[in-house]
Each structure stands twice: as C-alpha cells, then as structure tokens.
Design a protein around this ligand. Structure first.
Ligand SMILES: C[S@@+](CC[C@H](N)C(=O)[O-])C[C@H]1O[C@@H](n2cnc3c(N)ncnc32)[C@H](O)[C@@H]1O
Length: 449
C-alpha cells in the first residue's frame, strides 16, 4: 500500500513546525526542537529538512546512532547537501564508524574539494582505520590551507616523522609555529623530528619548549618529560660501524642542495672530482668515451660533469632528492635516481665500466659491504674511482665530530682485496678545506680483474 500524500494544507503546517523547530534549536531548547521536527515528520515523512533538523538535535543531545539514522534518511530524500554530509560524517565518527564517516567525507569533498573540516574529519577516520599515509595527505590539505590549525599540524608532524620524513615535517611546521608559537603538542612533535634527524640539541630545546606550554597532565608533557629523562636524545644516530644514519644524511643534503656548489667550490676549494678524473685519465687504456658510468652519491653532479665526456651511459644515484633535482638541471645524466646507492649496486651485476664516488664513502663506516657490492656491479676490467678522508690510524674507521667517517689506507686496502678488487692507484691529496684547514684524503682507483 502506497503512503498517503499529505493533505494540501499540511505544507503550511510542516513549514510552521520547521520554523518553530529551528527557533527552538537556536534558542537552545533542544527538547522543543526535537518535538517540533518529529511532528513535522509525522505530517510529512518525506520532509528531508525535518529529518535533517531531527538528526542535528539527536547529535547535539548525545544520541549519534539515532542521529545517523535520521541524517541518512534526510540525505536519501535530498542528497548532496554539504552541511548535511558534514553532520552525517560527524555523527558516524561519533558512533565509531570510521569507514562510513570517511566515505561520507569523501562525498562531501567531491562537493567542496577544499573543505578543511572535511579533510580534518577524514584524517581522523583514516587514522582510526590505520591508513596513516592517506591521513597525512588529508592533514596536509588542512595545514596548507590554514597554517593556524596547530592541532592538525602537530599530528601531521608526528605522522611525517613516523613515515621517515622528518625534514618535511619540520618544514611544514614552520608557518604554524610562526602563527601559534605556544602549542605544546607541536613542540613535542618537532622535538621528535629533530631527534630523528640526530639533531639532539634542537630536539632537547623543542621538548623544553613543550614543557613550558604544556598542561602538567597532558600527554605531550608526559612525552617530552619521558624523552628528556630517558636520555634517548643523547643517542647519536650512527650504526655500530660509525656510519651516520641514512635519514640524517638525506636531510643534511636536502637542506644543503641549493648552496652546495657555491659552498664547495667557492668556499671550500673542493677538488675531489678533479683529482679522480686525473687519476682515471692517467690510465693508459682509458679511451675518449663509450663507458657505462655510474656516479654513486652523485649530489648535484659536480663529478658527473667531469666524467660525462667518457660516458656512453651516465647514471647517478643519491639519497637526497633535492640533490638529484640539481643534478637533473645539468642535463648530462641519462638516468638519475633518488635512493640508497647500495640498492642500485645490488640491482645489476656486471653492469658498469666505471663507478665513481666522490666524497661519498665518508658517509659509510666499514667499507667492506660497499666495495663488495661495487665489485659485483663492475664488469671485468671495470674500475672504481673514489676518495676517502684519511684516518691517521692505518686500519681505522674513525667518526669525526661533523658526523663524517675517516678511513685508514690499511682498511681501504684490506676491504678492497677482500672484495676481489686490485688497487691501480692510491694517492694522498688535499680534498678541500674545513675551517680553513686542509682536509687530507686518499684518491684511489680500484679494478675488477
Ligand atoms: C659530499 S656530497 C658529494 C656529492 C658529489 N659526489 C660531489 O662530488 O659533488 C655526498 C653525497 O653522497 C650522498 N650519499 C651519502 N650516502 C649515500 C648513500 N648511502 N646512497 C646514496 N647517496 C648517498 C649524499 O646525499 C650527498 O649528496
């Protein structure tokens, strides 16, 4: 049996009840509002506005499940109203239905693509669903749209740090910090990002700032206190063989990328690539070109540019994407890749005629693994041209205060031989200056026989 249409004069009744319902709601008389919207529904069960009003009142009086039912009814009767989808998403979230709430937010976003509240609710639901990558994307929309959203920024900084991108986290936090300098949770997360980068002094400063602004019993106060007292901040980010953490190296060079060339050549008299080219050109059988060359830790391409004339193929790999961007601008590489050089070396055996590594092994501890990987990646007769900063101790692998690593000639010779590489040349030289002092190193060529 089909529903009876409402009597003709019922439209006036419904309109009056709706007006009364809204008046009651705005006057904070939620009981009155609920009863008026319910009466309107009794007269016209197909009135979307009455269902929507009732849903809003149910949500406001702490009955989210009933609110979801009413708002869903309203949305079915009159779909696609952003404010109703906002109320529905909030009610679904309050019911603990993150998948439904996320789906509603996505519908809301198709109508209002830039909506910060939609992205904010969506991010919370995605976090509950365990999809932190998508949550970070949604939070980024919120924070980029309004850097004053410090809660969202703090969550995002934490997520990016957990996703191994603390540098992006710190960059993103800056505009929010300028607008909201006293947000405790943001300082706590900034501390974590600095800690992840191995910048312990900055981490400690951020946690102390967090404690200045935090409520004593807040989770961020507890977190900062724990981090400071656990001494986690004094653990240097180095592996057992003294190599600095890859993430630290990547962030260091990402930050440095735009100034790198001017600094190294202009200020520090950097000569490693030239010295390596001299060592290679001194070999009797090195032709004019035609070599497949891999540039390890290619940076901005200062070495690549000197070896390009010898190359049939010139490929480069570097941990720091912004260094890779600078290298790409030179237009000399056939292939460039942001990532760990070990991955590239291990990907293909017997591939390269010449591998170059200018001032890169200073970010490695024991050279054994990397030289073994180099030996496998070289063709027979292929060479490695590289530099290390020289340690005084012959067999030493010695970390420096600036988080680099020096290697002794003995360590180099021993690990090269163990990898099956023959030393073609090994020359002490000044590679650059540091604080006006020459930095002594070794320029060497190894060959896979
Ligand atoms: C001092 S720069 C030298 C750059 C370039 N070879 C040159 O001579 O101008 C060291 C470079 O090595 C890169 N690097 C360090 N460890 C790396 C690794 N494990 N994989 C790839 N690149 C790395 C750094 O990101 C940085 O760009």
């Amino acid at each position: 049996m089909s529903a009876m249409p409402p009597p003709a004069d019922s439209a006036f009744t419904v309109a009056a009840l709706l007006a009364l319902g809204h008046d009651c709601r705005y006057a904070d008389d939620l009981t009155g509002a609920e009863s008026r919207f319910s009466q309107a529904i009794a007269v016209d069960p197909a009135c979307a506005e009455a269902w929507g009003g009732l849903g809003a009142v149910l949500a406001e009086t702490g009955r989210p499940r009933e609110a979801v039912a009413a708002l869903t009814r309203a949305d079915t009767l009159d779909p696609g109203l952003p404010f109703r989808l906002a109320a529905l998403a909030a009610a679904e979230a309050a019911c603990g239905e993150p998948a439904a709430a996320a789906a509603t937010c996505r519908r809301w976003l198709t109508l209002c693509p830039g909506s910060a509240p939609a992205h904010r609710i969506l991010a919370d639901q995605l976090l509950r669903l365990g999809d932190s990558a998508a949550a970070a994307t949604a939070l980024r929309e919120v924070v980029l749209g309004d850097p004053g959203q410090a809660d969202a920024a703090a969550t995002l900084v934490g997520l990016l740090t957990d996703q191994n991108d603390p540098l992006a986290a710190l960059e993103l936090a800056q505009p929010t910090l300028r607008r909201v300098p006293d947000h405790a949770a943001l300082h706590f997360q900034i501390g974590r990002a600095w800690q992840r980068l191995g910048e312990t002094v900055k981490a400690v400063a951020a946690w102390r700032r967090c404690l200045t602004f935090a409520e004593d019993t807040s989770p961020e106060a507890a977190g900062a206190q724990a981090a400071l007292s656990a001494g986690a901040h004094v653990t240097p980010p180095v592996s057992p063989d003294h190599a600095p953490d890859r993430l630290y190296v990547r962030a260091l060079f990402d930050r440095y990328a735009e100034r790198f060339d001017a600094d190294l050549i202009g200020r520090l008299g950097y000569r490693a690539p030239h010295l390596m080219r001299e060592a290679i050109q001194a070999l009797p059988d090195i032709g004019a070109g035609g070599l497949d060359i891999l540039d390890l830790g290619c940076g901005t391409g200062l070495a690549g540019v000197l070896f390009a004339a010898h190359a049939r193929v010139l490929a480069g790999v570097d941990l720091a994407p912004r260094m890779i961007e600078q290298a790409r601008r030179r237009g000399i590489y056939h292939h460039l890749e942001a990532g760990d050089l070990m991955t590239v070396l291990e990907r293909e055996q017997n591939r390269w005629d010449l591998i170059i590594a200018a001032d890169v092994f200073t970010y490695f501890g024991d050279l054994g693994p990397v030289l073994t990987a180099v030996a496998r990646a070289l063709r027979r007769g292929g060479r490695l041209a590289a530099t290390v900063e020289q340690a005084q101790e012959d067999d030493g692998v010695v970390p420096t205060p600036s988080r680099r690593v020096r290697h002794g000639a003995g360590h180099l010779g021993r690990t090269a031989a163990a990898a099956g590489l023959v030393t073609v040349s090994l020359t002490p030289a000044t590679l650059r200056t540091e604080k006006q002092e020459p930095v002594g190193g070794l320029v060497f060529v190894l060959e896979r026989p």
